[in-house]
Structures are given as C-alpha cells and as structure tokens.
Design a protein around this ligand. Structure first.
Ligand code: FES
Length: 217
C-alpha cells in the first residue's frame, strides 16, 4: 500500500517535471534522495520505488519491526539515549543497503528522540558510517601511521589505478567503492584493508590482487 502511495506522489512529480522540462532545478521533497541506479540494493526492508526520471531513485526509510526490537534492546544497555546513537546508526545502515540516507538518519533521530543534527554529528565523524551509497564491495584502505610505514600508499595507488577510481568513488559497474580511512585498529598486522565487514591484513600488492580476483567470481 505504501509503495502505491509513493508511486502516486512520483507520478505527480513526474508530470510537473515534464511541464517544466527541467528536473535539475526542482527541489525534492524531504524524503527523496538522488541515487544512481547502480548504487542501490533492493532489500525487503526498504520501501524503494524507481520511476522513470533518469538516474533518479526515490527512497523512504522506516525501521523494520525486528530492528525496532533490536533498537529497544540497545537503548537498555546505556544510561542515556545519546549513548545508543552509534549502534542504532549501525542498524540503520545495515537495513539501508550499507549507507545512511537522510531518511535513515532522520528515522534514527526520531526513534531515539534526538535532533537530526545530533545524529548527523555522530554519523559524519566516523568513517564506518557511509554517507553516500557504496558499491557491492566497499574497500577501505587504512593510510594511518603504521599502515603508511608498511606501504599503504603504494597499495592505494595500485588499487586506484586498477579500478580507475579514487577516494570516495564507485566503479561504473557499481561493484567497488574505494575509501582511504584512518586507523582500522589493525596496526599490529598493517597494512590493513576492510572489505565490507571483513578485515584483510599484512597486505601486499599480490595479496590485494588475489582478493580482488576472488571478488570478481
Ligand atoms: S594504522 Fe592502519 S590499522 Fe592502525
């Protein structure tokens, strides 16, 4: 039902878009987020509707019943709701296809009864929260002191050349996003890279190539 009503809204948007002949100047409603088609990942948890505006997908977010229960459990672990922001943002990111849209941040703020500004402040500080859609594989290479001393910069250049992307970019096919990040907490086994939730340590260029080859399968 909800998808149907979104579709109706999008039809209205589209008809006025056609009248104007220029969608780029149109302010979008608060719940609408621009996404390139390659960037989204349909999951049953998302209410996601695509419509025929080029390169635009509209997305809404509300926590699933199961995640609301998880959130209640997280809240009980802390003396104040402010302390629960990080785990709840993590749940929101998981549900939202590995990134935090404005709608997901707003839902996080609402469920914790905090201001969106407070939640954005936390989300923007940590690289573990993706503020933009990421590819199927998010490659996060640490360039902090231990990793740099042990060749992280060479690894990064190799990765950038191989995938033809740089920090924060996603490959055209939507498979890989590369991010250069601060310490991953794996300094004793540097240089380190995180691919989605998995750590890969003591990296060399050869190991990195092997890993990427494994992801292609
Ligand atoms: S410096 Fe790279 S993991 Fe700590």
């Amino acid at each position: 039902m909800r998808s149907k009503s979104i579709l109706q809204i999008l039809k209205i948007l589209d008809s006025s878009h056609k009248r104007d002949g220029n969608d780029s100047k149109r302010p979008l409603p608060e719940f609408c987020i621009y996404l390139k088609p390659y960037a989204f990942d349909l999951t049953p948890d998302l209410t996601l509707v695509t419509y025929n505006l080029p390169l635009i997908t509209y997305i809404m977010f509300s926590f699933t019943k199961e995640n609301l229960q998880r959130i209640e459990a997280e809240k009980k672990k802390y003396p104040t709701v402010e302390s629960a922001v990080m785990p709840v943002l993590w749940i929101a990111q998981e549900q939202n296809g590995n990134w935090l849209s404005e709608a997901a941040i707003k839902a996080t703020a609402d469920v914790l009864d905090l201001s969106p500004a407070h939640v954005i402040g936390v989300a923007s500080f940590y690289t573990m929260y993706n503020k933009q859609p990421v590819g199927k594989y998010h490659l996060q290479v640490c360039s902090n002191i231990s990793c740099s001393l042990l060749g992280a910069k060479k690894l990064i250049h190799h990765l950038e050349n191989k995938l033809a992307i740089t920090h924060g970019e996603t490959t055209q096919d939507g498979l890989y996003t590369f991010s250069e990040v601060e310490c991953l907490g794996s300094c004793g086994t540097a240089p380190a890279m995180q691919i989605n939730d998995d750590y890969h340590e003591n990296l060399t260029i050869e190991k990195m190539d092997e890993l990427l080859k494994g992801l292609e399968k």
